[in-house]
Design a protein around this ligand. Structure first.
Ligand SMILES: N[C@@H](CCC(=O)N[C@@H](CS)C(=O)NCC(=O)O)C(=O)O
Length: 202
């Protein structure tokens, strides 16, 4: 199997953390969303894309992680029971949503001033991050894992979102008001799967 993506993408990191947690071997091919290889495999021209051994492509990150989890029962990331499964997928949506808003802000900030979005747009994106983190903090509280009694995709989603936020919007100070997330971010960052998927410093 071959994963196309770049180190800077939080969605790619989410998939790479899942690969590491599941212990599934794969080839990681650095490819930008705008590359011909990604365009040929994903009509949406987005990363990550997984090319399976028979050549069929899979996207997006949520579908890829679910596929990986189904390949082997070892180290289940998504519970089988419907209620638990949907709760974990909701955590994933929360993490992805925080990443979407963080990507949007960080991309816009790279544009020349005259091309940037208005302050109301920034406020809307910021509100998604604020409310998303508040929801995560409320649910995590003092518990050891985002959902249930063990590590799951909910923790991957949470760690990938927090790691990306720290990396691309370091001016956004979230730790003082989110004690649970602050503690959990340290625990997740110390896991081998997160350590080995850290992007190179820009
Ligand atoms: N929902 C998608 C989001 C993927 C995504 O937006 N990836 C970005 C890179 S961080 C991308 O490829 N952007 C290129 C584009 O939108 O044209 C997923 O979870 O895989």
């Amino acid at each position: 199997m071959k994963l196309l993506g770049t180190g800077g993408s939080p969605y790619v990191r989410k998939v790479r953390v899942a690969f590491a947690e599941k212990g599934i071997p794969y080839d990681y091919v650095v490819a930008r969303a705008s590359s011909a290889e990604v365009g040929a495999a994903n009509p949406l021209a987005k990363i990550p894309v997984l090319i399976r051994d028979d050549g069929r492509a899979l996207y997006d990150s949520a579908v890829i992680v679910e596929y990986l989890d189904g390949l082997t029962p070892a180290n289940r990331l998504i519970p089988e029971a419907l209620d638990a499964r949907i709760e974990v997928k909701r955590w994933e949506a929360l993490g992805d949503g925080i990443m979407d808003a963080t990507v949007a802000i960080s991309h816009d900030e790279r544009l020349p001033l005259e091309k940037r979005q208005p302050p109301e747009w920034y406020a809307r994106q910021q509100k998604k991050i604020d409310a998303g983190l508040a929801a995560m903090e409320r649910e995590l509280g003092g518990r050891a894992f985002c959902f249930g009694a063990g590590f799951s995709l909910a923790d991957i989603a949470c760690g990938a979102a927090l790691g990306y936020l720290d990396r691309v919007l370091p001016k956004f100070v979230w730790r003082p008001d989110h004690a649970g997330l602050c503690r959990h971010a340290e625990v997740l960052a110390a896991r081998e799967s997160f350590k080995t998927t850290l992007p190179d410093p820009a």
